[in-house]
Design a binder for this molecule. Sequence first.
Ligand SMILES: Cc1cc2nc3c(=O)[nH]c(=O)nc-3n(C[C@H](O)[C@H](O)[C@H](O)COP(=O)(O)O)c2cc1C
Length: 194
Amino acid sequence: MSILLIGGSPSVTSRTGRWLKDIGDRLEQEDFQVETLHVRDLPAEALLHADFKHPQIIAALQQVERAKGIVIATPVYKAAYSGILKAFIDLWPQFGLTGKVVLPLANGGSPAHTLILDYALRPVLSSLAPRQVLESIYAVEQQIVWSDEFGLTLDPAIEERVQNGVRNFVEALYPALPEFNLVRSLGERNSLAV
Ligand SMILES: Cc1cc2nc3c(=O)[nH]c(=O)nc-3n(C[C@H](O)[C@H](O)[C@H](O)COP(=O)(O)O)c2cc1C
């Protein structure tokens, strides 16, 4: 089953991007196929002109369509999610998240903007008809520390939220697996027979 990680930071040395990679590594350990899409890598001109015919935009939209689960991560910019992330989401079909499970993440300089996930990003995601938007995770800059020597270190409170978030994501994805549905329907049939 394919998972898409979407990074919404314009910055190449993005803290959000490093956090997202860490989540992707955890999902790969759970045997998911993980793809990553940083919106900043899409052609800016095509993004700003909503050029649906640009090959890279087509490919990015296909990645979204293919994914059963999406982890979407954004830095906080001006008390909301990033503008480039919105520019990309604006290109999605009206019900572009149909059947998908979504885990939203944000990282900002201030704890005062924790609610951007629920007041700004969640309504947009919900309007795209996802199967489920999971409880989001917000971290402030100081809780996500990167060093060349040690790599990524998460504050213990964020580490715990990430572990719970990944577990919830995996559990929410299982009903999308045909094998899971088969096992469940066999279980239901057996319990009816008893
Ligand atoms: C243009 C800009 C606007 C920002 N606005 C906010 C804000 O309104 N609230 C906040 O908490 N942090 C704000 N920040 C801080 C970033 O969210 C924070 O530095 C974050 O870690 C950046 O993530 P990144 O490295 O993935 O881009 C802003 C940063 C920039 C560059």
